[in-house]
Design a protein around this ligand. Structure first.
Ligand SMILES: Cc1cc2nc3c(=O)[nH]c(=O)nc-3n(C[C@H](O)[C@H](O)[C@H](O)COP(=O)(O)OP(=O)(O)OC[C@H]3O[C@@H](n4cnc5c(N)ncnc54)[C@H](O)[C@@H]3O)c2cc1C
Length: 456
């Protein structure tokens, strides 16, 4: 695409996906107009500092700093406010038989750990020698994982991990779509462990970092990233409080109902699935509907940020947080130890926790008012962390449709998206609806969307 002669590109949604696309396109010399329904950029990312010193994250709390995110942090001049997770947060707890148990963090740690039985340790060793067998069709993630590592690792490692990331159920997620790296490792190596070793070796050969990406935030929370991306846009290219309902392809350009006097060469829809289902896409004589994305399941999640006096919590909170395996039948999905993870989130003498409720496991609980939820939370926190007394600060965020679940019928959702893109030249759809759900996936989705425009 020739930047000099081009019409601007319309980007719908100023969450991390849309802003990442805008960043890459403006860097390539193209003009963009970002339309955002809400009053601020960032979408689900919302960080707010309360006058007493509490820093509340209503949506995501941390992100993996992939090389692409590290590049953005550098390019946006955010290094001075970049906040890596504190070393004290390296423990990750799960609940087993009502007690907090640290997950082993390394292979020797796993062998020494009394969290898993000898049989599970043997299964893990045996998996190294699994031969490659072509798998022809997708299957539930739980079945896939059980085949490799057995039931105990599924119950006490994968299941809580899936609750923490997807607020989902491994028995309902698609192995191929929800964990594509594991799927690829099996296709190429048979063994997931051998696949991971090979991926590490390839990275080393390419001169890339081989360990896990650091977990980071910023001193004033994750919203610093979308705010900086929005501030880097040319003046007047972000329209807040401007929802788009209809996009129309006319001859060789696009019209967006929120700015009917402008012509756009391309439209990038970086919207949540629920907004995509309502978007009218058409041209004289042709319509595309994304209404069937309504069936892309997105269970509700409630996030409660709770502040306590340090003296009211017995547990040392020496970790990232604690996740609850479904088998343990607890009411919560997990608890983040915010003030351990990132210092500066609570006033002196206090600690901050974030409790996650709901997901596929307990939709009803997420929908209840806080007066109903709080006694349940207090009981759980007392039993697990020795919390006594009431919180001195609380902020509740309810997400009626939180995280898209890539389930076995996910191919049909991808097909609906791809056929709309094929039918309408210059339409590009991306983000958690099809590109992966975490913040690094959103940054990568924005880059992918920008590339498709640049290569058009
Ligand atoms: C509770 C919760 C916790 C999470 N925790 C983590 C975490 O810790 N780490 C992590 O990596 N990921 C986490 N995620 C996932 C991650 O936050 C999201 O996947 C990501 O922020 C989505 O970004 P996005 O830009 O694609 O979409 P969104 O952030 O949803 O942005 C889309 C934007 O489009 C706007 N919009 C909607 N309709 C219209 C319209 N008609 N016209 C114009 N604009 C419109 C919306 O207002 C919104 O600003 C979490 C998600 C949730 C819900």
């Amino acid at each position: 695409m020739n930047p000099a002669s081009s019409q601007p590109i319309a980007i719908l949604g100023a969450g991390l996906t849309g802003l990442s696309a805008a960043w890459h396109l403006t860097r390539a010399g193209l003009r963009v107009m970002v339309f955002e329904a809400g009053p601020a950029p960032g979408g689900v990312i919302r960080s707010e500092r309360n006058p007493e010193g509490w820093l509340v994250e209503s949506g995501p709390n941390s992100m993996q700093e992939t090389p692409a995110i590290a590049g953005l942090v550098r390019a946006l001049g955010l290094e001075a406010v970049r906040l890596p997770a504190a070393p004290a947060a390296k423990n990750r707890y799960i609940v087993r038989e009502g007690l907090l148990r640290a997950l082993p963090a390394s292979p020797p740690g796993f062998l020494r750990s009394d969290l898993f039985t000898l049989r599970t340790k043997y299964l893990l060793f045996k998996e190294l020698f699994r031969i490659k067998q072509p798998r022809l069709s997708d299957l539930p993630l739980a079945d896939f994982f059980r085949e490799h590592f057995g039931q105990e690792l599924l119950d006490y490692a994968l299941d809580p991990f899936v609750s923490g990331i997807y607020a989902g159920d491994p028995a309902r997620l698609s192995a191929r779509h929800s964990f594509p790296a594991l799927w690829k490792a099996e296709q190429e190596h048979g063994s997931l462990i051998r696949g991971m070793i090979a991926a590490r070796r390839d990275k080393r050969t390419r001169g890339e970092r081989t360990g896990p990406s650091p977990i980071i935030s910023f001193t004033e929370g994750l919203a610093s990233l979308p705010r900086a991306l929005a501030a880097a846009l040319p003046p007047e290219s972000l329209r807040l409080g401007t929802p788009v309902q209809r996009i129309t392809r006319s001859q060789d350009y696009w019209i967006v109902d929120a700015a009917p006097d402008l012509r756009f060469s391309h439209v990038i829809a970086a919207l949540p699935p629920s907004a995509l289902t309502r978007l009218h896409i058409g041209s004289p004589g042709s319509q595309a509907s994304l209404a069937s994305l309504e069936h892309l399941e997105q269970p509700p999640v409630t996030s409660l940020f709770l502040g306590y006096r340090r003296a009211d919590v017995a547990h040392p909170l020496d970790g990232f947080g604690v996740l609850m395996p479904s088998k343990e039948k607890r009411s919560l999905l997990g608890v983040l130890f915010n003030s351990t993870l990132f210092p500066g989130r609570a006033p002196a003498g206090h600690i901050a926790l974030t409790v996650m409720l709901g997901g596929l496991r307990n939709r009803e609980l997420a929908a209840h008012p806080v007066e109903y939820q709080l006694p349940i939370i207090q009981r759980e926190l007392a039993a697990l962390l020795g919390v006594k007394g009431q919180p001195v600060f609380m902020a509740r965020s309810h997400w009626p449709r939180a995280i898209p679940q890539y389930q076995l019928q996910h191919d049909s959702h991808l097909e609906v998206i791809h056929s709309a893109e094929k039918r309408f030249t210059g339409l590009h759809i991306g983000g958690p609806v099809c590109d992966g759900i975490g913040l690094p996936a959103c940054v990568a989705a924005g880059e992918r969307l920008a590339r498709t425009v640049l290569n058009a």
